[in-house]
Write a protein that binds this ligand. Structure first.
Ligand code: PEP
Ligand code: MG
Length: 894
């Protein structure tokens, strides 16, 4: 018989923290807490295997599930001293989802389950509070109807609003017990009217309905979108947790809250949390009421005038602090905990490793290592490389003038400016048009995640540091100011107002997510300083990593950034990018359009000095480090002139008429420029182009080496090679120009010649190609395009569908397709090394900055990865993690 259900409660549990795959994060941690003796309401977890079974068997359950659930329910009853459906002493339960990794708010939850017209009487007796009991009952009916029966929430909201209007109430707190009781009846009548069947009274039927709804919600649209954005596979499934209810809304000696064992924004080792008196958990997360801080220090820090729990409930606060200490030491990581106080008794409802900002992740990892709680290797693995992105982004220039509009909570750090939009859909639509937007909402909900993801920043007017907007923005690394209460949002008029100042849709505002400030207009920003914890962790990572990290850079500015971020050379200098400047592009166009060699040489004469000067700058900045320069690789469509003006300019500079230029442009038009006359094909047909470039490189290298006395290490790279017969003559040309230049200047330097590997043929022919190449640099952008037969410019729209269907779960242009392109790389690496054992292997496609692709590069022993300058720190950390992960995998295989 399979075990589908795992019980926990009263200091015991059948599950453990390391069973997340089976029990989901929530279930595994509830079990662990229960075993540790932390007070947890009794419950059971239905495993993720049941979810898998459910979807593989036409939404049905394994035959023996029912009995296991009913047995566990009996256990809850005996521990909690209450009975499901009992008229005097009813047990109520919650039914919640729980996947392997948390997917906040994406799936369904049902609370207060087990209430009906009979058991509500029992709840009145137990609590002595009819209003509380009927309030719980109506919450249950709305939630169940919405989540399980599919009767939309707004029906119930309308009924409530009209009752409040009739009675002249403005607040929910004015609604009486009798009113709630009456509403329950009206709600049920609404359900009957909508569905033709009555609301279920039988608690067991209610429970199975809710379990089915939670499994069903694994496949709802927002859960699917969330999984796609976070690369969570659909086959993981969710577990379902059924747990005895405890009530934080049983009066002023009851409360509910969320807390973090360290500050999730800054990482500071200070207990941080928020709570609401006389409320249920959903009230905190929904951000409808403004919560109070748990500690006095937190209250002071947030300038709150509401009393802290440390003051109002000092004994329970102490108990909570002790649990926080216990759990953090046990899990050796920052914990995000949910708790409820029912009539002065503390219950823990959840603990998990807390989401945190990048700054906090760094500080917590470094601090915990210094405290002796974890070792350096664990610290390195604790920080998600992608997350560093947040720290590499700008902050507001403190000297810049600014116009403060409003102030809210510093919910997610970083500074961002953008045009105001008021709905998530608008945010997506505007972003698609290339606009930078700031999404402004009263509060956000899980439906908004698509729009939040594309926004530069998020601003809400309601809710605390643990509101949906705050939690999601921090996870996404998007700057966010939450709960800016002085701002009034008018969705209909598409305006936000602060006093008499009005901001319209499309106006620009700036957010400072680290301080919680909102400014009118754009405020200039500053680049980040990478010192302190960041430098410490990078140093540890550098000691562990094997692969070098270089940058793709061609301008002085990019090279400077790359060096500052710790690049160990330039892995790709795209020389065609050096010609986009208007003063130069004209000569490139003239060169491309020339009808004969003399015409091309005339244009190249103009380009040589520019080119030499560019290389002088690059070599000067990168002194002592290798610089890989790729000879011209211009897909022609990027360079041909299009407008009348452009054509006239080229004609004038070449001394021909516009008609001649036009007819040349027409002749050179290619149906498929990415597979056309580009790469080394240009060098083969017009060797004088590569000759000029090689000359510029060697002259610049000699000049810088002489002036600085430092080593200059040029590596000349031939692009888009498919055959050794292409590489051989190009290499001979470079060697010849080198000799000529060295002889003319009476000085020599060391240099290397190698090739890009970006065509499948080159991978297969790597053994032959390696005879003439001292290094290979994998151009995985083109290699992906040519291996998959998918245009890198045109595949976006269908790849999105492919991702949804799991065909290529991640965009293969962003993260390497290990099975296909990866095997190509592996073949080339093996064959190349056979010919030339010391051949240097690197990668310079976009994948060189993607952590998962970097892990792949480690497995095939590449010597270096090269990525855009801003990703260099990300790559340094990812490369270190790759070594550690590879080691762990090897251990597992042993
Ligand atoms: C590549 O193809 O991966 C590459 C780095 O070259 P480019 O993107 O310039 O074609
Ligand atoms: Mg390429």
């Amino acid at each position: 018989m399979s075990k589908w259900v795992y019980f926990f409660g009263d200091g015991q549990a059948e599950g453990r923290a390391d069973m997340k795959n089976l029990l989901g994060g929530k279930g595994a941690n509830l079990a662990e807490m229960s075993s540790l003796g932390v007070p947890v309401p009794a419950g059971f977890t239905i495993t993720t295997e049941v979810c898998t079974y459910y979807y593989e068997n036409g939404e049905t359950y394994p035959a023996d599930l029912k009995q296991q659930v009913m047995d566990s329910l009996k256990q809850i009853e005996s521990i909690m001293g209450a009975k499901f459906g009992d008229p005097d002493n009813p047990l109520l339960v919650s039914v919640r989802s729980g996947a392997r990794t948390s997917m906040p708010g994406m799936m369904d939850t049902v609370l207060n389950l087990g209430l009906n017209d009979t058991t509500v009487q029992g709840l009145i007796k137990l609590s002595g509070d009819a209003r509380f009991a009927y309030d719980s009952y109506r919450r249950f009916v709305t939630m169940y109807s919405d989540v399980v029966l599919g009767v939309d929430h707004y029906h119930f909201e309308e009924i409530l609003e009209s009752l409040k209007e009739d009675k002249g109430y403005t607040l929910d707190t004015e609604v009486t017990a009798e009113d709630w009781k009456h509403l329950v009846g009206v709600y049920k009548a609404k359900v009957l009217e909508q569905l033709g069947t009555p609301f279920p009274e039988d608690p067991v039927e209610q429970m199975w309905g809710s379990i089915g709804a939670v499994f069903g919600s694994w496949m709802n649209q927002r859960a699917k979108t969330y999984r796609r954005l976070h690369h969570i596979p659909g086959h993981w499934g969710t577990a379902v947790n059924v747990q005895a209810m405890v009530f934080g809304n049983m009066g002023d000696d009851s409360a509910t809250g969320v807390c973090f064992s360290r500050d999730p924004s800054t990482g500071e080792n200070a207990f941080y949390g928020e709570y609401l008196v006389n409320a249920q958990g959903e009230d905190v997360v929904a951000g409808i009421r403004t919560p109070q801080n748990i500690s006095i220090a937190g209250k002071e820090k947030n300038n709150s005038d509401l009393p802290a729990m440390e003051e109002t409930m000092p004994v329970i606060y102490k108990e909570l602090v002790a649990i926080r200490d216990r759990l953090e030491v046990h899990y050796k990581d920052m914990q995000d905990m949910e708790f409820t106080i029912q009539k002065n008794k503390l219950w823990m409802l959840q603990t998990r490793n807390g989401k945190r900002t990048a700054a906090a992740a760094l500080k917590i990892a470094v601090d915990m290592c210094n405290e002796g709680l974890i070792d350096k290797e664990t610290a390195i693995l604790r920080v998600a490389p992608e997350h560093l992105d947040q720290l590499l982004h700008p902050t507001l220039d403190p000297k810049a003038p600014r116009d403060l509009l409003a102030h809210g909570l510093p919910a997610s750090p970083g500074a961002a400016s953008g045009q105001v939009v008021f709905t998530a859909d608008e945010a997506e639509a505007w972003a698609q048009k290339g606009k930078k937007v700031v999404l402004v909402r009263v509060e956000t909900s899980p439906e908004d995640i698509g729009g939040m993801h594309v926004s530069q920043g998020i601003l809400t007017t309601r809710g605390g540091m643990t509101s949906h907007a705050a939690v999601v923005a921090r996870g996404m690394g998007v700057p966010c100011v939450a709960g800016a209460g002085e701002i009034r949002v008018d969705y209909r008029a598409k305006t936000l107002t602060v006093g008499d100042r009005v901001v319209k849709e499309g106006d620009i505002i700036t957010l400072d997510g680290a301080k919680g400030d909102v400014f009118l207009g754009e405020v200039p920003t500053l680049q980040p300083e990478l010192s302190g914890d960041f430098a410490d962790l990078m140093l540890w990572a550098d000691k562990v990593r094997r692969m070098k990290v270089r940058a793709n850079a061609e301008t002085a500015e990019d090279c400077g950034t790359a060096r500052k971020f710790g690049a160990e050379g330039v892995g790709l200098c795209r020389t065609e990018h050096m010609f986009f400047d208007p003063k130069r592009i004209i000569h490139i166009r003239q060169m491309i359009l020339a009808e004969d060699e003399a015409g091309r040489r005339a244009a190249l004469e103009h380009l040589l000095p520019y080119q030499r000067q560019d290389f002088v700058e690059v070599f000067t900045i990168m002194q002592g480090l290798p610089v890989t320069i790729r000879l011209l690789d211009p897909p022609l469509h990027e360079f041909l002139p299009h407008s009348e003006n452009e054509i006239a300019d080229v004609a004038a500079s070449a001394g021909v008429d516009a008609a001649t230029v036009k007819s040349r442009v027409a002749m050179l038009q290619e149906a498929n420029p990415m597979l056309g006359h580009r790469g080394c094909r240009l060098g083969i047909t017009y060797p004088e182009v590569y000759e000029m470039q090689a000359r510029a490189i060697f002259e610049a290298a000699l000049e810088v080496s002489e002036a600085s006395g430092e080593t200059v290490l040029p590596e000349i790279m031939i692009p888009l090679v498919g055959s050794v017969k292409e590489l051989e003559p190009m290499r001979a040309l470079v060697d010849r120009v080198a000799e000529e230049t060295f002889t003319a200047k009476g000085q020599r330097i060391e240099y290397h010649v190698g090739t890009m590997i970006e065509l499948p043929r080159a991978c297969l022919q790597a053994a032959q190609i390696a005879e003439h190449a001292e290094f290979f640099s994998f151009g995985t952008n083109d290699l992906t395009q040519t291996t998959l037969g998918m245009s890198r410019d045109d595949s976006g729209p269908f790849l999105e569908v492919y991702a949804q269907k799991g065909i290529y779960p991640r965009d293969p242009f962003q993260s390497i397709d290990v099975d296909g392109v990866g095997e190509m790389v592996q073949i080339a690496a093996e064959r190349g090394r056979k010919t030339r054992p010391d051949i240097k292997l690197g990668i310079c496609g976009e994948h060189g900055g993607d952590p998962d692709s970097i892990h792949f590069c480690e497995t095939v022993d590449l010597n270096y990865v090269s990525c855009s300058p801003y990703r260099v720190p990300i790559a340094r950390l990812a490369a270190a993690q790759s070594v550690l992960l590879k080691g762990k995998e090897a251990e597992k295989d042993r």
